[in-house]
Every structure is written in structure tokens, then in C-alpha cells.
Design a protein around this ligand. Structure first.
Ligand SMILES: NC(=O)c1ccc[n+]([C@@H]2O[C@H](COP(=O)([O-])OP(=O)(O)OC[C@H]3O[C@@H](n4cnc5c(N)ncnc54)[C@H](OP(=O)(O)O)[C@@H]3O)[C@@H](O)[C@H]2O)c1
Length: 276
């Protein structure tokens, strides 16, 4: 049985997320949504291992965490390979002596029209996001089982349930992540480990620009204009900021989040047409 985390809400005047001293890995932690998740967890007192391929931006995130009085650690790795995933988990466990939280966020699938999409582009998207997220979860779960507590937050994406001719590598990777989120929940909820997903819509990061660039080139338009117009069509009137996604991820990683199992939070500014 999973204990209620409600006492964290009732015993204190402000919401205590219970994250102080928790040990977290954030993949894709050098930029965009992952970077914001790492900074938000660190602000709540978590010890955070950030990972990506590039060293410089990771080091900047660690410096930012340390300047605010937190504890950060950087590991470079390519998470398309099992060896890369193992390296991150081994280094994080070596540094923190365990893992409580995994935020799976590294993603790089490109857009492109399905009629001339190279099949390799689908493989690339799946290698990093579908396989990489699952491998990372499989590798950290034994450490969470030791403490009978864990939180895994999967940054999936609205494209998982909105396939279109221009987004198949993303939508296939995201739907795979959602299926794994559900199946992992069946496997580990009895060990006190909660696995949930967030499906952001367009979010103001470098990746959003990279994905929209193909469309901008096709139309001969400016990518910033396309992003602004996409936001204006939403009930929210704008695209998301990465800090907003990180705030929800931080709650899903927290102690008071004790009765949310195998679900997906859609953060798409109200753009989704299906009923909630
Ligand atoms: N932005 C959006 O509009 C949006 C919408 C829905 C869902 N999402 C999802 O949110 C997640 C984060 O997106 P974002 O917009 O924050 O992306 P971003 O700003 O491009 O950051 C991507 C991160 O992943 C890392 N990464 C890329 N390839 C990697 C690899 N092979 N191995 C290890 N790390 C790798 C990058 O660092 P390096 O390049 O240095 O490795 C970077 O830290 C992705 O899964 C994305 O699909 C984003």
C-alpha cells in the first residue's frame, strides 16, 4: 500500500514538497524543460544529477544550482545507448548513494513530412526517447525499491495523441512513453514508486524552434512568428514556458503527490480536443 502524503499538506502552513535531500537524475538537464526541472528540484532542496551530451551547458546548470546553495552534479552521456544510460546511473549512485527521483526529459526527435521522411529519423526518435526513457527507468528502479519510495516523471508530449503528417517521429516516441508509463505503474506501484507523465504542448525552448524550423522553411516564414501564431490559437493565448512544465514535474516528483498513478498531465494551453 502507498502511504498518503497528505500530512505534508496539513502539518505546515505552506505546502512542503518533501524534496529536501532527495536524490534526483534529470535527463536533458542542460537546456529547456530539463534545465528548469533541475533548477526547480534543487530549489526545493533535492540533490540533482543533470545529464546531456554537451558539457558546457551542464556545468552552467550545476553552477547555478550551487550559487543558490544547492547540490548539483553533471554527467555527460549519450542516452541513445544502454552504456550511456548505465554511465549516468552509476555516477549518480556513486555520488548520492542512491536515487529517489528520475525526470526523463532528453528528447531530440525531428519533424518532417511522412511522405519523404527517412525511416532512420523514426529510429533516432525512438532510440533516445522510447528506449532511453525505458532503460533509465529500468536502471533506477532497483535503487528506489531499496527505499520503497520513488518518483519517475516522464516528459512525453501532446504529439503522442495527436499524430499528424509532420510529427510522426515525435508522436511515435511519445505514445511509446505513455504506454511504458502505464505498464511501469503496474510493475512498481507496490514498491512505493509512482510513474507519471506530462504531455507539454509547444513550449518555449530551442527544441520547439528546431521542430518548427522545417515548417518555417517550407512556408518561407520566420520561426518566431509561427510560434507566436501557434500560441494565439490556443485558449491560453500563448505557448508554454519551460518553468511551467517544471512546476508540474516538481509536484509529480514530490511527497504529497501520493495518489497519482500512471497518468498523463496535458499541459497544452487547452489545445487538446479530446475530453479530459
Ligand atoms: N519544447 C516543446 O515544444 C516540447 C513539446 C512537447 C514535448 N517536449 C518534450 O520535452 C522534452 C524536452 O524538450 P525541450 O524542448 O526542453 O528540448 P531542448 O531544449 O532541445 O533540450 C533537450 C535536452 O536533451 C539533451 N539531449 C538531446 N539528445 C540527447 C542524447 N542523444 N543523449 C542525451 N541527451 C540528449 C540535450 O542536450 P545535448 O544536446 O547536449 O545532448 C538537452 O539537454 C523532450 O522529450 C521533448 O520531446 C517538448
Amino acid at each position: 500500500m502507498i502511504e498518503s502524503g497528505v500530512h505534508h499538506l496539513l502539518d505546515t502552513e505552506i505546502m512542503d514538497l518533501g524534496l529536501s535531500g532527495k536524490r534526483a537524475i534529470v535527463t536533458g538537464g542542460s537546456r529547456g524543460i530539463g534545465r528548469c526541472c533541475a533548477l526547480a528540484l534543487a530549489r526545493e532542496g533535492a540533490r540533482v544529477c543533470v545529464t546531456a551530451r554537451g558539457r558546457d551547458l551542464l556545468d552552467e546548470v550545476v553552477r547555478e544550482i550551487e550559487a543558490a546553495g544547492g547540490e548539483g552534479h553533471a554527467v555527460t552521456a549519450d542516452l541513445t545507448s544502454l552504456d550511456g544510460c548505465r554511465k549516468v546511473v552509476q555516477e549518480a549512485v556513486g555520488t548520492f548513494s542512491g536515487i529517489d527521483i528520475l525526470i526523463n526529459c532528453a528528447g531530440a526527435a525531428r519533424g518532417g513530412d511522412i511522405l519523404d521522411l527517412p525511416a532512420e529519423q523514426i529510429d533516432e526518435g525512438l532510440a533516445l526517447k522510447a528506449h532511453g526513457y525505458l532503460r533509465m527507468a529500468q536502471l533506477v528502479i532497483p535503487y528506489m525499491q531499496e527505499n520503497r519510495w520513488g518518483r519517475i516523471v516522464q516528459i512525453a508530449g501532446g504529439a503522442g495523441t495527436s499524430p499528424g503528417r509532420g510529427n510522426i517521429p515525435l508522436s511515435l516516441a511519445n505514445i511509446a512513453v505513455l504506454n511504458c508509463t502505464r505498464a511501469l505503474t503496474d510493475a512498481v506501484s507496490g514498491d512505493g514508486i509512482l510513474v507519471n507523465a506530462i504531455c507539454p504542448g509547444l513550449t518555449n525552448t530551442q527544441r520547439a524552434r528546431d521542430v518548427q524550423q522545417t515548417e518555417a522553411d517550407r512556408l518561407g516564414r520566420d520561426v518566431e512568428e509561427l510560434l507566436r501564431e501557434a500560441g494565439e490559437k490556443l485558449p491560453a493565448g500563448r505557448i508554454a514556458e519551460p518553468e511551467e512544465i517544471a512546476a508540474a514535474a516538481t509536484f509529480l516528483a514530490s511527497e504529497p503527490c501520493s495518489y497519482v498513478f500512471g497518468t498523463a498531465v496535458y499541459m497544452d494551453g487547452g489545445g487538446r480536443r479530446g475530453t479530459p
